[in-house]
Design a protein around this ligand. Structure first.
Ligand code: ATP
Ligand code: MG
Length: 363
């Protein structure tokens, strides 16, 4: 079976370093590994509208931001098809059929949806579209026959939901859809990068992000004012590295060789952590090192973005072409789905003959 990737992001803001370690960095590696026959990267505007229905301008404006972030991180439109979700009407149609295979109580149990509802203060006014977005995500994944979905930990319940829909569909209508697997980051710190404020998740909607497109000064300012260990008041106090976002970011981004260049007192992160835990290492020194690490990671991305920004119409053209190509793929799957469900009336000569025979007999 050919290996196919589908993954994507909601255009609700520019992409941040959580996206980078959670999914984007891996995507580029997988793209360049040559192991995958097809790669689809989706800008999920229709999904973004499920909780931004009254703010379509935000979604519209962020499409180009997300595309710029993709390209500047190394996604190559020659190797990866970048597409806009709303352009592929087949996805909406698939979602409509999959809705019949999922119960309301199953949707209610989805832990990511539960926490997102709380985060957005929806309480009892949850838009139906938002509630059902795990189903539309199943349509996105299966439309491209994806085998592999590189994503952060918060996407696990979505993948489980997709797998259930695939099983149900195939058992009711016959083997048609492909079961996908999630590909989580190997590094524990990257599963769900916390916010600069210490909140459990860096998220565009929470405003606790370091963006890939932030300037050198913005990154520095954000790092230097990051939440750390609240019990580490004096340099001499013993500190905690677990749950401390500064150390979690170092786990996600630093490499041993960076110590020689930016903080030669230590040869590896463990030595720095041991010193912090013993006491005697101040937050400012750790933050300065983190700033150097992030600047080294982000500088090439920033430079590449500046190049891409020179020709915005060319980027819309990349998105248009990618969406057209993706639409063809999704149309093939939709046609197979409709045949399996036996709702392809006009292509079904047997059906027309059988019905016609039935009525001829009655004459
Ligand atoms: P929103 O708040 O609008 O939902 P978001 O910041 O959660 O935005 P998404 O577009 O929903 O971003 O997520 C895109 C991808 O990035 C998913 O694969 C998700 O798992 C991953 N991701 C998002 N935030 C993080 C994070 N803090 N750490 C690791 N991965 C993340
Ligand atoms: Mg999200």
């Amino acid at each position: 079976m050919s290996k196919i990737i589908l993954t994507g992001d909601r255009p609700t803001g520019r992409l941040h370093v959580g996206h980078y370690v959670g999914s984007l960095r891996r995507r580029v590696e997988l793209q360049n590994s040559g192991e995958f026959e097809k790669i689809f990267i989706m800008i999920a505007d229709a999904q973004a509208l499920t909780d931004n229905a009254e703010n379509p301008g935000k979604v519209r404006d962020n499409i180009i931001e997300v595309a710029l972030d993709y390209l500047s991180c190394g996604l190559d439109p020659e190797k990866s098809t970048i597409l806009i979700q709303s352009h592929i009407s087949e996805l909406t149609e698939l979602s409509f059929y999959y809705m019949n295979l999922v119960t309301v109580s199953r949707l209610e149990r989805n832990p990511t949806i539960k926490s997102e509802i709380q985060m957005r203060n929806f309480q009892t006014s949850i838009p139906v579209g938002f509630y059902t977005y795990p189903i539309s995500q199943a349509a996105d994944i299966t439309a491209f026959k994806a085998t592999t979905v590189p994503a952060g930990e918060d996407q696990m319940p979505m993948l489980e939901q997709t797998q259930e829909i695939v099983h149900k569909f195939n058992s009711v209508y016959g083997e048609t859809l492909v079961e996908p697997k999630i590909l989580l980051p190997d590094n524990q710190a990257c599963l769900r990068l916390p916010g600069t404020d210490g909140m459990a998740k860096m998220s565009k909607s929470l405003g606790n992000c370091i963006y890939l497109s932030d300037t050198e000064d913005e990154v520095k300012k954000k790092v230097m004012s990051m939440f750390t260990d609240p019990t580490h008041l004096q340099v001499s106090d013993p500190g905690h590295v677990e749950g401390n976002p500064v150390f979690i970011y170092l786990d996600a981004f630093s490499k041993d060789e960076m110590f020689a260049e930016y903080c030669p007192d230590y040869s590896c992160l463990q030595e720095m952590k041991d010193h912090y835990t013993r006491g005697g290492l101040g937050d400012v020194k750790v933050k300065k090192f983190l700033n150097s690490v992030l600047q080294e990671t982000l500088a090439p991305i920033r430079a590449s973005r500046a190049e891409w920004e020179k020709d915005i119409p060319a980027i819309y053209e990349i998105l248009h072409k990618g969406s057209e190509k993706a639409k063809e793929e999704a149309a093939k799957t939709l046609s197979e789905v409709k045949s399996a469900m036996k709702i392809n009336y006009f292509d079904d000569k047997e059906l027309i003959n059988a019905q016609s025979l039935k009525y001829q007999k009655q004459v």
